[in-house]
Design a binder for this molecule. Structure first.
Ligand code: CDP
Ligand code: CDP
Length: 213
């Protein structure tokens, strides 16, 4: 079973994907980490003409050992770098096989990101598109950072998330839109537990329909 979970920044897709993976005993890949690792590797050249070539080289050389420094990878500034490398077509192509191979493990997998249901796994068994309003998403990300001892300027964070969402949605190479067969889940008013229950209900319903039909 392949489950695709897509959605904008801090919508709760990672938390949900982790919960689904645990519930169904499947491996999980947070694909945002790949773009974040590439962004970090090319950080020194950001906004310079060499940035594109540095990002492509980093994407082609990426390996799993670069996905472990979660403090650096999940920093808000790294998210901005990630969205800058994510508009480069050759970066996306270089990261495609890693994601596709992960999805095609014999046991199945859960992947979360922006284009899982549209580009990486258009054949996924179940697709979820997670939404939450921008203010709720900013507040969630702010609390997540504060819990790690990072000081947060909410005004700046709100604008940073809006800018990143806009770049992702307008990314011509991105595939960030709700797939026709994706199930929309708005978690604005939902606790983590309620969102997970709702997602499990959708997955069980879709799988039962498939088994029956
Ligand atoms: O992966 P994504 O950026 O979409 O979001 P996340 O890292 O899963 O969630 C961002 C933060 O929101 C985390 O601290 C979650 O615990 C929190 N969250 C929440 O408060 N309510 C939800 N329904 C989902 C996530
Ligand atoms: O957790 P959050 O939603 O804040 O970000 P993320 O999922 O770690 O993704 C960081 C950035 O990587 C996004 O803003 C996108 O620009 C890019 N990304 C992408 O283009 N395609 C994916 N499948 C995952 C991430």
């Amino acid at each position: 079973m392949i489950i695709a979970v897509d959605g904008p920044a801090a919508s709760g897709k990672g938390t949900l994907a982790t919960g689904l993976a645990r519930h169904y005993g499947l491996p999980h890949l947070d694909t945002g980490l790949l773009y974040r690792a590439v962004g970090l590797a090319a950080a020194e050249t950001v906004d310079r003409p060499e940035f594109e070539a540095a990002a492509i080289a980093a994407a082609q050389a990426l390996d799993a050992t670069q996905l472990t420094d979660l403090d650096a990878l999940t920093a808000a500034e790294t998210g901005v770098l990630a969205s800058k490398v994510a508009v480069i077509a050759q970066v996306r192509t270089a990261l495609f096989d890693f994601q596709r191979d992960f999805a095609l493990q014999p046991r199945g997998a859960v992947l979360d990101g922006r284009d899982i249901g549209t580009k990486i796994c258009p054949d996924a068994d179940v697709k979820l598109f997670i939404q939450a309003d921008s203010k709720a998403r900013m507040e969630r990300r702010a609390r997540q950072l504060e819990a790690r001892g990072v000081a947060v300027d909410r005004y700046a964070l709100f604008h940073q998330i809006e800018e990143r969402d806009a770049r992702d949605m307008l990314n011509p190479n991105g595939g960030f839109y709700k797939a026709r067969d994706a199930h929309l889940l708005d978690t604005t008013q939902m606790s983590i537990e309620a969102a997970l229950r709702a997602a499990i209900e959708i997955v069980d319903r879709v799988m039962a329909l498939k088994a029956g039909g």
